[in-house]
Design a protein. Structure first.
Length: 314
């Protein structure tokens, strides 16, 4: 039973949903009915591997939400393949054999999945993935860390947890934005280094969220080539130009953006040194923003900025 040919490992809020929606339309690709399988990270966190345990575990709401979404789709009773797949996904004991059974490509197809939680796995679990599927190709999408932190904060707190942005105090908002976990997750090079130590570099593709915004067709064609499938615009559909899984549009207060930019500054410099291009643009944008408000990366925020807003809607 084959394991997937590729994994899109993240990063969160960097375009993985967009990529999933586009790749599943390619005739030579099979992806599961549910975007994020969360098999390897679920193992790493010690989540239950049986249905009852998962049904009540507080740490895997994503699993319950994904099942709920499938039920609301009103799956046709004649779609026996999907029903069988969903039954297997929901009720079978999770194991390597179970994981492999979720990938059912037809002849001439490759298969893969998109789980942003994988990129932050520790070395032990990255090695486990490699031992299971050493030929697997890895796709890693990244964006300006300042934008990623704000986008992830909006998604988790205002879309998933349903916090009321208008009723949240400034101190509360600052507190959730300054969570160390957010900054650790945006340290792309730290996490990428674990994958690059184990997987061949030729098997790792790094793309930029900016490409999705500016040249989505070119990005998809590069990914098609990386995956070894038909590199044709005939396999690119109008959804390539749409914003998929867009978060709520809330204005980010300037002082909080400055805090995020200051804490991300070393990260931005390292990304610039590694990638140039878009990463250099990120560093230039955040440097210009800080200087515009009289703040250097190692300086504290002037109190006069606390009433101004910066709108970040991505």
């Amino acid at each position: 039973m084959p394991y997937p040919d590729f994994l899109c490992i993240g990063a969160a809020k960097c375009g993985t949903s967009w990529l999933h929606v586009n790749l599943k339309r390619h005739r030579q690709i099979f992806v599961p009915y549910i975007k994020e399988i969360h098999y390897f990270d679920s193992q790493a966190y010690g989540h239950p591997n049986n249905f009852i345990g998962r049904l009540f575990h507080p740490g895997i709401g994503y699993w319950r939400r994904s099942l709920k979404r499938q039920l609301f789709k009103r799956v046709s009773l004649t779609d026996k393949k999907r029903i069988k797949w969903l039954f297997n996904y929901a009720f079978r004991i999770r194991s390597d054999k179970w994981y492999a059974s979720l990938f059912q490509p037809e002849e001439g197809q490759i298969s893969g999945e998109h789980t942003p939680g994988y990129y932050a796995l520790d070395t032990e679990h990255v090695e486990r993935i490699y031992n299971l599927m050493p030929d697997c190709k890895i796709i890693f999408l990244i964006r300006n860390p300042v934008e990623q932190i704000w986008s992830m904060t909006k998604f988790m707190h205002f879309k998933i947890r349903k916090y009321d942005f208008e009723k949240m105090s400034h101190d509360q908002l600052r507190s959730i934005c300054s969570n160390d976990f957010r900054f650790d997750n945006s340290d792309y090079l730290l996490h990428l280094s674990k994958w690059e130590k184990i997987f061949p570099k030729d098997n790792i593709f790094i793309g930029f969220y900016d490409e999705i915004c500016e040249c989505p067709k070119d990005l998809l064609l590069r990914i098609f080539e990386f995956l070894g499938i038909e590199k044709s615009e005939n396999q690119i559909f109008p959804v390539a130009h749409r914003n998929v899984n867009k978060g709520p549009e809330y204005a980010l207060p300037n002082d909080i953006r400055i805090m995020i930019a200051q804490r991300s500054y070393d990260n931005l410099k390292r990304l610039h040194e590694r990638f140039g291009g878009y990463a250099t643009k990120w560093l230039e944008e955040e440097t210009e923003f800080l200087k515009k408000h009289g703040v250097l990366p190692d300086k504290k925020l002037p109190s006069s900025l606390r009433s101004t807003k910066y709108c970040c809607t991505a």
